[in-house]
Design a protein around this ligand. Sequence first.
Ligand code: AMP
Length: 285
Amino acid sequence: MRIVKDLKKLRFLLDEARRQGKTIGFVPTMGYVHEGHLGLARLAKKEMALSVVSIYVNPAQFGPKEDFKRYPRDFKRDSSLLKKENVDILFVPSDNDVYPQGYLTYIDVEEISQGLCGAFRPGHFRGVATVVAKLLNLLGPCTMYLGAKDAQQVAVLKVLVKDLNFPVKVRVMPTVREPDGLAMSSRNVHLSAIGRREAQTLYIALKAAKKAILRGERSSATIIRMIKSIIGSQTNGKIQYIACVDVNTLKALKRLKGHILIALAVFFDKTRLIDNISVRIHESN
Ligand code: AMP
């Protein structure tokens, strides 16, 4: 695995790979690597001739009161885990290369960035869209690999790719979970022992909601009440939002139909966790 920090070096290596007709798979991450990231890297490695993973904790996607400084970082551990997967290139850009002095250009993917997490993290998806657009321009991958855990990010980036004609395919992988169901996340390391135990309830509540829908429940309000009551009765978590939306448009649904995403964000102390589950309703009414 080559660790590349320099933009010119990166361009040289990727231009060379393209000249040789190699396909390039790209996995953008913020590091503190876990099995969710490694699954994406493994798939990129399997499907493409050249796999590139980036690690960049993007300041533009954190609000002024958010956890940019506290975000976990461990480059040594990350690079050794990625090396074990035989990732070809680990790209680690510097702040100065991503946002050099005088940087002025940002990308807003409208509407779809506004609800769910976007409603509580103003500017977050603007930061995500901007950095991913830059990385796509720098790397020119054939396929970008994303995780379903960040469902709104997936929806926003699919629109970005379509609207700005990036010649890249987006592949989405299912959420990788701990044995008790907690979605893997770099932020899980910040959970207290009690928070960690309670956090498994998020997926338990999402699964119960999915079951209720598959049994015929069609009221979004009832589903949201149900999840609230499970989390409220079994944890000290502070719910930020619970929503039932259309999987592609992220528009809120009152009556559940089609392909639905149930998404939530809950704080355990200072640690904000997100999770989601999707449900497909097969019926004509
Ligand atoms: P992050 O480092 O948290 O920005 O995540 C980098 C990529 O890994 C994103 O596409 C995430 O959706 C994906 N990812 C993060 N956690 C998981 C997980 N538990 N399962 C699958 N993909 C994940």
